[in-house]
Ligand binder design. Structure first.
Ligand SMILES: NC(=O)c1ccc[n+]([C@@H]2O[C@H](COP(=O)([O-])OP(=O)(O)OC[C@H]3O[C@@H](n4cnc5c(N)ncnc54)[C@H](O)[C@@H]3O)[C@@H](O)[C@H]2O)c1
Ligand SMILES: O=C(O)C[C@H](O)C(=O)O
Length: 341
């Protein structure tokens, strides 16, 4: 049996040797809730094309929506068949929570209601939190042991906490919420400001909640230039922009997209959810951190027991909060706003 590194070297010397027989992993089950909705429709082909878990990872997609959306959900299932996706090894489309969560290895929880123009994400608590109480029970009873969960539905940090409280047997480390969209928005704003490619910018951070109280922080971000990798602060040379316009633009980007589209961000949310899961499961690139909403362990003075967005690195399917890089202490008030000292 050849090791992976030998196979990779062989593939780079003579790609035709491996082209016809890619070495595939065993299929895994991935649940998407709210699969008939906007983000659901964008994300299922991404997952089935390997953008979330890798080009060598076959998947069985489990799709859940509410009974009223059963026809639309069936339409999504038909389109997945029609797309003839080689990594897609099966589809379960259902309106039954127990069936949806049965044996899943990964769960991307998008099901819930989006905000409309003029609302804050916390205005969704009454509607969406009830969904997460009910799905916590299904997660705990039916998912595979060690199932890794990403909560996307708003208010994402609160829904993640509800899930954790009502599924006490699920390790808190396995529940996360999406702030990667805000992180990617921060990288995008910096890249536009500097006129560089977004792939050359890294290590921004989004601290806090996925809400307008979040704090996008470019203090440790860097960008690759023809003169090597340099601090963004030095390249931008405009502290006022970094501490004012940049912060507000990222905080308010969801509202700006909603104003333009008349509905909330979908393709960027789906893409960010794939980035979040891929980095968590397959690891972050060396020297790079990303933002994830995780269960606080008290790092940086953030209270224990809340879901909060930190800079993290990931290895072998586990995230760790970046330590020792930031000389700051966070104080979080009851609205979720952070002040730094
Ligand atoms: N964290 C983030 O960065 C981020 C980004 C964008 C959107 N969101 C949030 O994601 C959620 C989904 O957004 P969308 O644009 O896809 O909304 P959408 O209304 O288009 O789709 C939501 C889907 O969820 C379904 N649903 C409702 N209750 C359900 C339940 N109990 N079980 C399963 N499915 C259920 C609905 O029927 C609908 O099909 C919203 O709460 C939105 O605010 C979060
Ligand atoms: O803004 C919203 O309500 C949707 C989402 O949270 C976003 O940030 O785009």
């Amino acid at each position: 049996m050849l090791s992976n590194s030998v196979l990779q070297r062989l593939a780079s010397w003579c790609p035709w040797l491996l082209r016809d027989e890619p070495k595939l992993k065993q299929p895994v089950k991935v649940l998407v809730t709210g699969a008939a909705g906007q983000i659901g429709y964008a994300i299922v082909p991404m997952i089935a094309r390997g953008l979330m878990l890798g080009l060598d990872q076959p998947v069985v997609l489990h799709m859940l929506d509410i009974p009223r959306m059963a026809d639309a959900l069936n339409g999504v299932r038909m389109e997945l068949v029609d797309a003839a996706l080689p990594l897609l090894r099966g589809v379960v489309s259902t309106t039954d929570e127990a069936e949806a969560f049965q044996g899943v290895n990964f769960a991307v929880l998008i099901g819930g209601w989006p905000r409309k123009e003029g609302m804050e994400r916390k205005d969704l608590i009454a509607k969406n939190v009830a969904i997460y109480k009910s799905q916590a029970a299904a997660l705990q009873q039916h998912a595979a042991p060690n199932c890794k969960v990403l909560v996307v539905a708003n208010p994402a940090n609160t829904n993640a906490l509800v899930l954790k409280e009502f599924a006490p047997a699920v390790p808190a480390r396995n529940i996360t919420c999406l702030t990667r969209l805000d992180h990617n928005r921060a990288l995008g704003q910096i890249a536009e400001k500097l006129g560089v490619h977004v792939g050359d910018v890294r290590n921004a951070v989004v601290w806090g909640n996925h809400s307008s109280t979040q704090f996008p922080d470019a203090s440790h971000a860097t960008a690759r230039t023809e003169h090597g990798e340099r601090p963004v602060r030095e390249l931008v040379a405009d502290d006022k922009w970094l501490s004012e316009e940049f912060v507000v633009t990222v905080q308010q980007r969801g509202a700006a997209v909603m104003k333009a589209r008349k509905q909330s961000s979908s393709l960027s949310a789906a893409s960010a959810a794939c980035d979040h899961m891929r980095d968590w499961i397959l690891g972050t690139p060396k020297g790079t951190w990303v933002s994830m909403g995780v269960y606080s362990d008290g790092s940086y003075g953030v209270p224990d027991g809340i879901f909060y967005s930190f800079p993290v690195t990931c290895e072998k399917g586990e995230w760790s909060i970046v330590q020792g890089e930031f000389l700051l202490f966070c104080q979080v008030d009851s609205n979720g706003s952070t002040t730094f000292s």
